[in-house]
Design a protein around this ligand. Structure first.
Ligand code: NAI
Length: 514
C-alpha cells in the first residue's frame, strides 16, 4: 500500500521525520514493501504527525503519532486501515476538512510535493495550458473576471494590477512573489511552498506570460529554510521538464524564476522595501508613487503579488474566472485560506468561501480555546490587525465587513486569546513591535512608535491617565495618516481596538451602553 507521512515544517516540528524512520524500520523488520510518500500537511495541525494509509475506503488517517506508537500501529494492522485509538477514520471525511472549499489548497496534503506526475494527475498545468491557448490579454481578463483580490492583505484586484503592468511600456518586466509571510499566526504561503510548490511555479509562469515578463523572483523569509529548499528543487525539476525556460510546454514562450531569501526584517514584506532588498539594498520603504506596477524591480514594471494570489491563478485559469467568482460574498470573491492560530483547540488551515462569520471559525471550526477558558478576543490580520471582541463575532469574513469595523482580514491569520490576556499589554506590544521593525525612513513610524511605548507605559502605570490617553489617540491618528507604509499606518489598529473594546485593561471604566 501507499503510506503518507507529511514532510512540511509543522509535521517535522511535531516529529514526523522520526515517525517516518520508525515506520520504515518497522516495515523492513516485517519484510513488507510499502511505498512511504512524504506528502505535505493537510493543515489539520493538531493531528500531526498524521499518517495516512491508502485503502479501498480512501485514505485512512492515524494521528497524532509518536515514534513509540509505530509498533503498536503496525501490530494493529494499519496497513489495512484497521481501527486503533489513534485512528481518525477516512481523512477526507473529517468535518474540519469536509466543510472546506479547497480551490487554492486542493492538492495540499494529497500529493508528493516534488512529484510532477502527482501534480499533473491532480489537475496541475491545465491552467497554464489554457493560458497559452488564450494568449496574454485574455489571460489577464480571466483573472479580472475572477474577482481575485490581493491575498497579502490589501485586497487590490489582481487582474487590474496585471493589466497595469502589461500596459506599461518596457523592454523588461518582472514577476515578484511576496513570500515574506510575517503576520502572526499565518502559514499559508509556507504550506504552499512546502506542500505544492509547482502550483506557485505554474501561477508565476501564467503571470509572466500574461504580462510579458520573462523573469520571476520568489522572496521568501529566512525563517522558512525548508520551504526554500523544496522550492529550489521544484524549480529545477520544472526546468528539466520544459515547464520553465525558453520554450514552455513547446510554445516557444519564455519564463524562468529564482528563489531569494530575506534577512529577517518584517518590513521587507512591504512591497517597496521588498524590492529594495531584492536589489541587494537595505530594506527601506520607497515612497509611492511610482507604483511597482509602473516602476518596480530595477525600475521596471513589476507584478508583485502575494504568494497565495499567485497560487490561486492556476485554478482560475483551469476552471475559469466565472467559476471562481461564484464563491464568496459582496466584493470578496472566491475563497480564502484562513489560518486559525493562537490559543485554539483545533489550529490549522481552513480554506472557505468569503462570508463565514468570525465566531463560527473560532468556536465551531476551531473548537474554542486550547486552554478551555473563555475567548476574550481575536486578532485578525497579523500584528497590525485589530482585536475583535466576542460581540463582533457575527462579522462575516469579508474585506469590506472587516473594514467597516476598523479591522482587517489581512493575510487571513487569526490569533485567538483567552480571558487571561491583558489587552493593554498587547497594545504596548504593537507599538514595541513597530519600533523594533520600523525601517526608519518616515518620522511617524520611527519616532511615533517609541513615543507610543512610553505613553502606554504611563497609561498602564496610571500616570496622568486621561492626558496620556488623549496623547496616545492623537499619536495614533498621526501614525495612521502620516506613515509612508502600512507598518506605521496600521499599528494604531491593534492599539485603538484594544483601548476601545477593553478599556478596563487600561484602567479606564468601560463605557456604559447608550
Ligand atoms: P496598498 O493598498 O497600498 O496596495 C495594495 C497593492 O495594490 C500594492 O501592490 C500596490 O502597488 C497596488 N496598487 C495600488 N493601486 C494600484 C493601481 N492603481 N494600479 C496598480 N496597482 C496598484 O497596500 P500595501 O501597503 O501594499 O499593503 C497593506 C496591507 O498589507 C495591509 O492591509 C495589511 O493587511 C497587509 N500586511 C500583510 C502582511 C503579511 O505578512 N502578509 C504583513 C503586514 C501587512
Amino acid at each position: 500500500p501507499r503510506i503518507f507521512v507529511p514532510n512540511d515544517a509543522t509535521a517535522v516540528a511535531c516529529g514526523a521525520d522520526r515517525v517516518a524512520r520508525k515506520l520504515e524500520a518497522g516495515l523492513l523488520a516485517r519484510g513488507i514493501t510499502a511505498d512511504i510518500t512524504r506528502n505535505g500537511s493537510r493543515g489539520l495541525f493538531w493531528l500531526e504527525p498524521l499518517i495516512e494509509v491508502e485503502t479501498e475506503r480512501g485514505r485512512v488517517g492515524y494521528g497524532p503519532v509518536k515514534p513509540s506508537d509505530i509498533e503498536d500501529l503496525l501490530h494493529a494492522g494499519i496497513l489495512h486501515g484497521a481501527d486503533h485509538p489513534l485512528c481518525v477514520g477516512v481523512v477526507e471525511e473529517i468535518p474540519y476538512l469536509k466543510k472546506q472549499t479547497r480551490l487554492t489548497f486542493a492538492r495540499i496534503g494529497i500529493i508528493d510535493p516534488l512529484s510532477l506526475t502527482d501534480y499533473k494527475a491532480h489537475g496541475g498545468y491545465r491552467g497554464l495550458e489554457r493560458a497559452i491557448t488564450l494568449g496574454p490579454s485574455a489571460t489577464v481578463e480571466e483573472v479580472v473576471e475572477s474577482g481575485l483580490r490581493g491575498r497579502g492583505g490589501a485586497g487590490f484586484p489582481t487582474g487590474i494590477k496585471w493589466r497595469t503592468v502589461a500596459a506599461a511600456p518596457a523592454d523588461q518586466r518582472y514577476i515578484v512573489c511576496n513570500a515574506d509571510e510575517g503576520d502572526s499566526g499565518t502559514f499559508a504561503d509556507r504550506l504552499i511552498m512546502e506542500a505544492d510548490p509547482f502550483c506557485l511555479i505554474e501561477g508565476m509562469t501564467i503571470a509572466g506570460l500574461a504580462v510579458g515578463a520573462t523573469k520571476g523572483y520568489v522572496y521568501s523569509r529566512s525563517e522558512y529554510p525548508l520551504a526554500f529548499v523544496v522550492m529550489e528543487k521544484a524549480i529545477e525539476k520544472a526546468r528539466e521538464a520544459g515547464l520553465l525556460g525558453d520554450n514552455i510546454l513547446g510554445s516557444g514562450l519564455a519564463f524562468d524564476m529564482e528563489m531569494r531569501m530575506g534577512a529577517g526584517a518584517y518590513v521587507c514584506g512591504e512591497e517597496t522595501a521588498l524590492l529594495e532588498s531584492l536589489e541587494g539594498k537595505r530594506g527601506l520603504v520607497r515612497a509611492k508613487p511610482p507604483l511597482p506596477a509602473h516602476k518596480g524591480l530595477f525600475q521596471k514594471p513589476t507584478v508583485i503579488n502575494n504568494l497565495v494570489s499567485l497560487a490561486t491563478v492556476p485554478v482560475i485559469l483551469d476552471k475559469g474566472g466565472k467559476y471562481y467568482r461564484d464563491f464568496g460574498m459582496g466584493r470578496s470573491r472566491g475563497t480564502m485560506p484562513i489560518q486559525i492560530a493562537g490559543n485554539i483547540k483545533f489550529g490549522g488551515l481552513f480554506e472557505t468561501a468569503f462570508g463565514i462569520p468570525l465566531g463560527e471559525l473560532v468556536y465551531d471550526i476551531g473548537g474554542g480555546t486550547a486552554s478551555g477558558r473563555p475567548v476574550k478576543a481575536v486578532q485578525a490580520g497579523g500584528p497590525l490587525g485589530a482585536y475583535l471582541p466576542t460581540h463582533q463575532f457575527d462579522t462575516p469574513f469579508d474585506y469590506e465587513a472587516f473594514t467597516a469595523k476598523d479591522a482587517l482580514i489581512g493575510h487571513g491569520g487569526l490569533v485567538v486569546f483567552d480571558d487571561t490576556a491583558d489587552l493593554a499589554d498587547m497594545a504596548r506590544f504593537a507599538m514595541e513591535f513597530c519600533a523594533h521593525e520600523s525601517c526608519g525612513k518616515c518620522t511617524p513610524c520611527r519616532i511615533g512608535s517609541t513615543r507610543g511605548v512610553e505613553t502606554l507605559d504611563k497609561v498602564i502605570a496610571g500616570e496622568k491617565r486621561e492626558q496620556n490617553l488623549a496623547l496616545l489617540t492623537d499619536l495614533c491618528h498621526t501614525m495612521k495618516l502620516g506613515s509612508l507604509c502600512a507598518l506605521g499606518g496600521f499599528t494604531p489598529y491593534p492599539v485603538l481596538s484594544a483601548l476601545n473594546h477593553f478599556p478596563e485593561d487600561f484602567g479606564v471604566a468601560p463605557k456604559l451602553p447608550a
